[in-house]
Design a protein around this ligand. Sequence first.
Ligand code: FRU
Length: 536
Amino acid sequence: DGIKRLHRTGYHFQPPKNWINVATAPMYYNGVYHLFYQYNPKGAVWGNIVWAHSVSTDLINWKALEPAIYPSKSFDKYGCWSGSATVIPGIGPIILYTGIVDTQNTQVQCYAIPANESDPYLRTWIKPYFKNPIAVAERTINGSAFRDPTTAWLGKDGLWRMLVGGRNFHIGVAHLYKSKDFLNWVLAENPIHSAKTGMWECPDFYPVSLCGKKGLDMTSVGERNVKHVLKNSLDLTRYDYYTIGTYSSAQDKYVPDNTSEDGWGGLRYDYGNFYASKSFFDPSTKRRVLWGWANESDAAQDDIKKGWAGIQAIPRMVWLDSNGKQLVQWPVEELNSLRGKEVKMGNKKLQKGDYVEVKGITSAQADVEVSFSFSSLKKAEEFNPSWKNAQELCGKKGSKVQGGVGPFGLLTLASKKLEEFTPVFFRIFKAPHNKHVVLMCSDASSSSLKKEGLYKPSFAGFVDVDLANKKLSLRSLIDHSVVESFGAGGKTNILSRVYPTLAIKNNAHLFVFNNGTEPIKVENLNAWSMRSAAIN
Ligand code: FRU
């Protein structure tokens, strides 16, 4: 049993066993949060996909129900893949999902409705023969790259719209469909957007407010004072990319702003292991909440031995940064209800080479918030403008490579003598014109002594942050085999999956460190032991 439990999470969502992937159709309805997810009821590898279903009243503690949607009809006989929920005002929720109709993976879009609206958990869903499937690959559409319908929205012209992810040769496409009645859907002449990136899985499209953190409902906003976000999951790189842009429902076009790249070099929700994410508007708290899937980073044989594979990241609130150029994410505040024993550190100076243990909490299952300061940026290393790829740079300049300002940060899931540790840290570079480049890393390369079968990337992203106050903050959610970190208040985020052999349970330690010549001060550190959530 040891191997089965060793790296299981205490507060990140997972079922008791088996394979999971995409969190689909998250929604809030009549006081209950619903989470459906791609699930293999028969094993710890991908296959036999059904929609498992869990419900919650706080997004943290979950009750497992029977699978809600599973192959049962001619239009979904070979699989029920990802989709979305739309709550239709005055009517209730409808699920749109992708059905697999044959062994060639031919994909069609289908709908399902609750069998009994008065069941508070909406346990049973029916897939009427009437009008199902609602969309099949027609015209130029490639039927094996045609999936993952979005939440639908109502245009000013009274027509419902939904997007379906696709691929036209090398071009990723978000097909647009329109409907008067939610049952008869017509493919629009042009996709809402496309780009040269390969297949777009799990598109997500939603408005964000130009000021403040309040979320917006897709169906209830006009086009003034908002921006729109289009996210696509690129199966070639396995990352979730988004752009901020302008949507015109009159023209049925989304045009990304030119403030970031529309492609592989673009903005990501997370620069680590976080894929096929999906957001929803929570009307009870007026926020937008984002779910993302974190796959294992060990070998498939190890997953079979463990009997499980895949977790969901902590649900994150998401909003537009005040600079209008990127999103900001932060763990939903309900997570704080799991905080137990707290330890603090303040005003602690770290000279080059110092590392100081944060003692007194369960470091394998913890939440750490820390703000660092420095008195000058003079010692920052020169930035070479050819360093475009943050992950490559972190691979070269890891936590052990001494710097000027940084590397400084946390050593998470560390064994006592540091044979194993996952450092989460910043490194600040000097760029031309008195600018600075901030690199954030979550480096799994030293996370485990296990040599074979582990993927141990030096995940990293740049942080677009103002350093005028000479401070940088970091929050890390540590949970046995996951380190999920939020840099500069959630501007750059990185989730790593790691499998320590020594730094487990009570033998895991947490340190703050500095390996740069500029002294770093830990202004404030609060770290909590996290209680386990009641999950499934
Ligand atoms: C994303 C994805 C989706 C699909 C689902 C199948 O990883 O491939 O495009 O709906 O997983 O499980």
